[in-house]
Design a protein around this ligand. Structure first.
Ligand code: SF4
Ligand code: SF4
Length: 365
């Protein structure tokens, strides 16, 4: 029992329940989550800066201080990760080009198996940026736009279509074709092509990204909810996760604060557990709940009538979430490094031919 907790009346809103409940202790989950998000953004900035320096070295004709290529940049190549994963599953052989993309994908999928879609809520820099935008909108305008239910459901389908398209194409390609694609000029410098997209972004690209940013100020998690195929892949895998947001309907006073706090617009106050593919395990609902132990990120089974201690033993606290995410992330990187499958082994001469002329390398299909 928390030392901060104290018996108090916490009135319910929806059913007018008034009962003696224990007020929840101050919740640390959001502070901890924001620190983790900040660390992951910083890691990505560091990797990005290192990658730009590596590309510039080739563009300067190999003059100046040579930087090694940061394999972590392949975390931004999810399609390469999927292709390589299929190649591994079909042939039993690790891919030679962009293996880190596959190892990182495996790591993030493992996180989804154990910790719901925590990759999206705790690590993904795009999710972090998206969250900053809608929170800024909330501060400036007092609230965010509620997308009507019918439209929300329709729009959520977009990301399934995008994921379906990529999965279909990759499933259709034979393993050897995937290997050839990845080892070809386009596949080899797919990361450089991605960088060039942003370096040479045109009017259309700026307009599209500008609109997405603007809409994200008004609509909570716009990109993650409607457009991100990576997120929906994580969400589908997260359905098997034993960890879920669980509500004790007896302790709950139906105040509805959890639902209002949920960036995915889930009706947390109406369910006893959140199975949705949209739940990012962000714990914003838990943080907003005024009643001790009414809402938890927890393993099954739910609290037995007579076994309160058992319920508490199954709760997953924020430090445990951080420890599990860190263990998986560092674990896959370590395994990839120790087995020699972290770095892409492409001779420097090949990069010297391709990188400075990346804009001339077109997609083979
Ligand atoms: S249900 Fe809770 S943990 Fe899941 S997305 Fe909503 S606020 Fe986050
Ligand atoms: S679970 Fe949701 S509705 Fe119930 S008391 Fe907590 S915040 Fe209020």
């Amino acid at each position: 029992m928390s030392t901060h907790a104290a018996n108090s009346i916490v009135p319910g809103h929806e059913k007018g329940k008034r009962k003696l409940v224990r007020r929840a202790a101050p919740d640390e989950s959001q502070r901890i989550r924001h620190v983790v998000q900040g660390v992951f953004v910083a890691l990505n900035v560091w990797i990005g800066a290192q990658f730009v320096a590596w590309v510039r070295w080739f563009e300067r004709g190999g003059h100046g201080w040579a930087m090694s290529r940061p394999a972590g940049v392949e975390g931004w190549l999810p399609i390469a990760g999927l292709m390589n994963l299929k190649y591994l599953l079909v042939t039993g052989r690790a891919p030679a080009v962009h293996p880190a993309a596959m190892f990182l994908l495996i790591g993030f999928l493992l996180m989804s198996v154990l910790m719901k879609k925590a990759f999206c809520g705790w690590l993904c820099p795009v999710g972090t940026f998206s969250e900053m935008l809608w929170k800024a909108g909330q501060r400036v305008f007092g609230r965010n736009l509620e997308v009507p239910k019918w439209l929300d459901h329709q729009l959520r389908g977009l990301k399934y279509l995008l994921l379906g398209f990529f999965v279909f194409v990759i499933a259709w390609m034979p393993a050897e074709a995937l290997k050839d694609f990845m080892a070809g000029p386009y596949g080899t410098i797919a990361d450089v092509k991605m960088l060039d997209f942003f370096r040479g972004i045109g009017v259309v690209g700026i307009a599209v990204i500008g609109w997405l940013v603007l809409l994200s100020v008004f609509i909570k998690n716009l990109w993650c909810r409607y457009l991100c195929p990576y997120g929906v892949l994580m969400g589908l895998v997260s359905l098997v996760s034993p960890v879920k947001i669980r509500r004790d309907a007896e302790a709950c006073i139906d105040c509805g604060k959890c639902s209002r706090a949920c960036p995915s617009q889930l009706r947390v106050d109406k369910l006893v557990q959140i199975r949705s593919v949209e739940c990012t395990a962000c714990m914003a609902c838990v943080a907003s709940c005024p009643v001790e132990n009414a809402l938890q990120l927890a393993l099954p089974p739910r609290k037995a009538e007579t076994a309160v201690a058992r319920w508490r033993g199954l709760v997953v606290r924020p430090p445990a979430v951080v420890a599990i995410l860190a263990a998986i992330f560092l674990g896959v990187v370590l395994v990839a490094r120790m087995t020699g499958h972290w770095q892409t082994h492409v001779p420097r001469d090949v990069y010297m031919q391709l990188v400075p002329h990346a804009n001339e390398v077109s997609h083979p299909m």
